[in-house]
Structures are given as C-alpha cells and as structure tokens.
Design a protein around this ligand. Structure first.
Ligand code: CP
Ligand code: NVA
Length: 303
C-alpha cells in the first residue's frame, strides 16, 4: 500500500527513529551511493506553488542520488494555474509519475492530490504545516544532543506552519515543546486539538518565560509566504519576540539556536545570534538532504 507524508501523524515514534537511523547512514555515505537504487526507474514530480531554495534543491538531489529522476513543475507553468482541477491533474499525473512532492497554500490541496493518486505524496510545506522541516529538525537535535529524551524546545515567534509541525512531531516523539507567541498568532487550534500528550505542550505570550530552561531555541520568519501584505503590522507585533542577545541573557550556556531558514536577519533574529557558536542553522539545512533521502527510502522501500 502506498504511504504518504502529509502531516507527520502518519509516522509512529519507532518509524521516525528508523528514518533517523537511515539518515545517519545516508549522511555518512553520501558520496558512496550506498543505496542508490531505491528510486531506480522512478520519476517524482515536484509541484511548487511557492518559492523554495532548501526544499526544492534537497529533494531534487535526494531523488537523483537515490537513482531516480526529479521533474520540477513550477505551479505557474502547469494548467492548475488556469483552473484545471486538482483531481484531473492528480489522475493524469498518476499515469506518468511515481510520486509527487508538493508545496502549496492549502493543506487540503496536498490531501486532495494524495486522495487521487496511487503513489506517495509528500507535503513540502503548506500554510498549515511543514512536516519535512520538523522531521529534519528533530533529527538535527538528536544528532547534536545525542538524545531527545528530556530535551526542552522553545519556539519563539509566529505560531505558523513550522511551529505547528514541530508540535505534531514533539507529541509523537515525547519531546517537551514550549511556544511563545503574541496573542492572535498562536499555533493552530486544529493542530493543538490533535495533540495526545497535552502535558508536553506549553503555550504562553511572555517572550522571556521559558528562556532559562530551553535546550533548543527556535524561531522562524514573522512574515511567511502569503503573509506579505501584513508585513508592517507583523513587524510591530513581533518586535518583543526578536531573538537577540538581551532576550537570551539567561539562556543555558549550551542551548542550540535553530531556524528553518530563510532568515530575515534583523527581524526575528539578530546576526549576533544566528552567527554565534550556539547556532546550528547550516547543519540543520544540510540535514534536509540526508533526512529526505531517508524519508523517500522509507516511503518507497516496500513499493
Ligand atoms: N526551510 C525551507 O523549507 O526552506 P525553503 O523555503 O528554501 O525550501
Ligand atoms: N514559515 C515560513 C517557512 C519557510 C520555509 C513560510 O511559510 O514562509
């Protein structure tokens, strides 16, 4: 049976650790092409309705390094941009391709593609979720800290797609996550209602509240793709949540700073923090490649 990766809730804790083990192997053997046949004779389409640097490039490389072919389908060049339905597009693409990786606005759209296709569909970011990002982020914390047991993640800023996905995977992995966002910009109620282990998730509005106990301090842009019209308003609302040296005065010495990138330097984070020895943002970005190879391996190994 085909497996999709649309929300992250498809995976059990054990499956996530299986993907982490594979990620380590892929990372250690990048140039040796140790498992290069998983996607042999397979073509995977990438439909992107929003820009991307990391996700697109890491998935294209991952597919090719696994022996497959990646076909980039910019949203404005296919007929969905002129109103062709997702159902018709999905049914046609099902006859050409072996998988789809989709970045778009509505979560329902990736779910609709998954419904009408016979191959794996992967969510490469929607307004609601960014599960590939969160999967890599927990791998990176595991790699740096050696274990996820007992670690406390603090997310400061907009309760957006990245934050929602960090919450979903924290619930599966048993990780404590604390979210600090202004009123009106808190994580999705729908996502919070799905959380099974409610004691793992704390939500607050006070920027300094959890700083001293955080092992990981994570932020993301205040203006996600699609929010551009609200940029001026958001800049004002989020200013007290900027991750800067003063905000971190009482942080643990060995906390790690994470950001999914792209960063808006001088907005949600200052240069002195993102460029500090505590920051692991480039390692985090590199791991997208290794972790997505492992995810594709997991999705395709039984097909
Ligand atoms: N973090 C992330 O998804 O980056 P891109 O928008 O560049 O893909
Ligand atoms: N929250 C950001 C993430 C970018 C990778 C956005 O949706 O634009």
């Amino acid at each position: 049976m085909k497996k999709d990766f649309l929300t992250g809730t498809e995976l059990t804790e054990g499956e996530i650790y299986k993907i982490f083990d594979l990620t380590k192997k892929y990372k250690a053997s990048r140039k040796k092409n140790a498992f290069a046949s998983i996607l042999k004779n397979k073509t995977i389409g990438l439909i992107f309705n929003k820009p991307s640097t990391r996700t697109r490039i890491s998935f294209e490389l991952a597919i090719e390094e696994l022996g497959g072919r990646a076909l980039y389908l910019s949203g404005d060049t296919i007929q969905t941009s002129r109103g062709e339905t997702v159902k018709d597009t999905a049914c046609i693409l099902s006859r050409y391709l072996d998988g789809l990786i989709i970045r778009t606005y509505k979560q329902e759209e990736v779910e609709e593609y998954a419904k009408w296709t016979s191959f794996p569909v992967v969510n490469a970011l929607t307004d609601l979720l960014h599960p590939c990002q969160a999967l890599t982020d927990y791998f990176t914390m595991y790699e740096v800290k050696g274990t996820l047991e007992g670690i406390k993640v603090l997310y400061i800023g907009d309760g957006n797609n990245v934050c929602n996905s960090l919450i979903i995977l924290a619930d599966i992995l048993g990780v404590n996550i604390m979210v600090v966002s202004p009123e009106g910009y808190q994580p999705s109620k729908e996502v919070l209602s799905l959380v099974k282990n409610k004691e793992l998730v704390k939500i607050d509005t006070q920027p300094l509240k959890f700083i001293p106990e955080a092992d990981v301090i994570y932020t993301d842009t205040w203006v996600s793709m699609g929010d551009e019209k609200e940029a001026d308003k958001r800049k004002k609302v989020f200013q007290p949540y900027q991750v800067n040296k003063e905000l971190l005065a009482d942080a643990k010495k060995d906390f790690i700073f994470m950001h999914c990138l792209p960063a808006h330097r001088g907005w949600e984070v200052t240069d002195e923090v993102i460029d500090s020895p505590n920051s692991i943002v480039y390692q985090q970005a590199e791991n997208r490649l290794h972790c997505q190879k492992a995810l594709l391996h997991f999705l395709y190994e039984t097909l």
